[in-house]
Design a binder for this molecule. Structure first.
Ligand code: SAM
Ligand code: CA
Length: 231
């Protein structure tokens, strides 16, 4: 028995990967091909992809937001778990890399479920709000430029229905958040995000040490102030 999260040795991490559901061959190829690209380490870990699919399925999500697409693995993890009429509004600034993502989504047969918006995600989120889409989404995944994390979070909170789930990646930032010597602006942005969220009565949240650290935050029905309040 342990009251502390296990540290993962290489052997245990290998075992964890073997214990996950096998990735479909397409996702396996996405991992291999993305590994050859610049910025390869931006891709989510395969165990995070499995978790995103589970979260999508168990929340019964139909309308979702994704901020940061890259080669499309997280988008695909969500899209595969949606019902046929489900939607991901997927946002990224990079038309070239998301063209690759689009190719994978076509192969998976889920392009109908994905509405790719190229441009700064803050602008896309503001457009959705201006279009009257507040409180109409079930799930959001935030995984783009870290300096805007709090702004993304605020907008996603407005776009989510009460009870909706926001998933935020890289909240442990390669361990740098715990290094007092590290004052890099990106590390500081993640620290600020984590600290603000901790004080935020609008959500019930948990920080999960999977991949580079993943926060799950549920939008409360009422703005309670203690973790005992029902979400
Ligand atoms: N979720 C992806 C996956 O599963 O592989 C990884 C996303 S990667 C960490 C971050 C992405 O955010 C990049 O593709 C980058 O082009 C995009 N990005 C950076 N700044 C952005 C912005 N201001 N608005 C929208 N996307 C942005
Ligand atoms: Ca990430």
């Amino acid at each position: 028995m342990s009251r502390k999260t296990l540290a993962l040795s290489d052997a245990l991490y290998h075992y964890l990967q073997q214990a996950q559901p096998p990735l479909p061959p397409l996702e396996q190829r996405m991992l291999e091909e993305t590994a050859q690209l610049p910025g390869a380490n931006m891709q989510i870990a395969p165990e995070q992809a499995s978790l995103l699919s589970v979260l999508t399925a168990c929340t019964g999500a139909e309308r979702t937001l994704e901020i940061g697409v890259f080669t499309g693995l997280s988008t695909l993890a969500v899209a595969r778990a949606l019902p046929a009429h489900g939607k991901v509004v997927a946002m990224d600034v990079d038309a070239a890399v998301t063209a690759r993502a689009r190719g994978y989504w076509e192969e998976a047969g889920v392009t109908e479920r994905i509405d790719l918006r190229i441009g700064p995600a803050l602008e896309t989120l503001d457009t959705l709000l201006a279009d009257g889409e507040a409180a109409s989404y079930d799930l959001a995944f935030i995984d783009a430029d870290k300096h805007n994390y709090w702004h993304y979070f605020e907008r996603c909170l407005m776009l989510l229905r009460p009870g909706g789930l926001i998933v935020v990646d890289n909240v442990l930032w390669h361990g740098k958040v715990a290094d007092p010597e590290d004052s890099d602006p990106t590390t500081e942005a993640i620290r600020t995000f984590n600290a603000r969220l901790r004080q935020d009565p609008r959500v019930l949240h948990a920080v999960i040490p999977i991949g580079d650290g993943l926060t799950l935050a549920v939008k409360r029905h009422t703005h309670g102030t203690t973790t005992q309040d029902a979400p």
